[in-house]
Design a protein around this ligand. Sequence first.
Ligand code: TXA
Ligand code: MG
Length: 314
Amino acid sequence: MGTPRILGADELDVAATILREGGLVAFPTETVYGLGAHARDSAAVRRVFAAKGRPADNPLIVHLADPHDLPDVAREVPPSAAGLAARFWPGPLTLVLDAVDDLPAVTTGGHPTVGVRVPDHPVALRLLAAAGVPVAAPSANRSGRPSPTTAAHVVADLGDRVDAVVDGGPAGVGLESTVVDARTSAPIVLREGAVTREDLSASAATGTAAAPGTRYRHYAPSCRLELCSDVVPRAAALAGQGLRVGAIVAADAQLPAEVQAIGRYRDLEELARGLYAGLRAAEELGVDVLVAPTVPEHGIGRAVMDRLRRAAAL
Ligand code: TXA
Ligand code: MG
């Protein structure tokens, strides 16, 4: 696997040209890095599925620079969906709406709907505006792996399967967008994410269904992952069995010398931001088992637990 071209945030015209001409460009968003392709170019989108090793029935999120471009990809925008867009865009909320007829089936995974969002990241917004086309972008990891929160994670997973990677530094949120089915007046959460149910509660029903992508094993590191309400004693006990142990712990936790601190956090936002980097660091350091905390399921804690459970394959 070769290395892709790395572009700085001052080279977005180059990145935009690659996208317009059917190439693949990974770029930063506020959630995680995305693997972008021209959403109307079937051949380019097919390359995205191949690069990720992604099942063909798992639809991609289409990214727009401007909420006003929504009718380019969504056939109908109910007032409730327009309200969500007005309230949360740019931001980590993906709206599932009826797709326009001329969006390629490969982009929508063969579904009659399309997921759309306007990301809240200056580099992403400038790139999308320069490209001037809707950009389909799943997370820029190999399918099943933790999502990438840095350009280096993208390169490690995809190498030159991607034509270029725009390096915009580490992603600020660290977990993916919340996906809601916004076709009805009471939108339904399909994937937990960075916009919390508390954020949505004024606008959305908290009914639950599952996005196609949530059916697959996901976010998994290659080492064993254990979830525990009390990380320090569990990590110490595992180390006592002769295992190489890593732990994700509170900033002020005292760890025994034989346990490696893979990540430290002061609050749930910081835990979310560093979670995927921690999963990747644990594999790189060659630990046998990583112990991560169970956290209260409110706010961003709900998305954190969703990802941790899937990563631990519970
Ligand atoms: O934060 C994010 O959402 C990132 C950044 C790059 O924008 N993207 C991302 O894309 O996480 P991906 O492909 O890794 O996850 C998209 C999720 C999948 O679970 C997929 O099934 C669901 O959104 N999805 C996309 N379009 C959908 C649709 N039309 N109907 C239902 N679910 C959809
Ligand atoms: Mg993904």
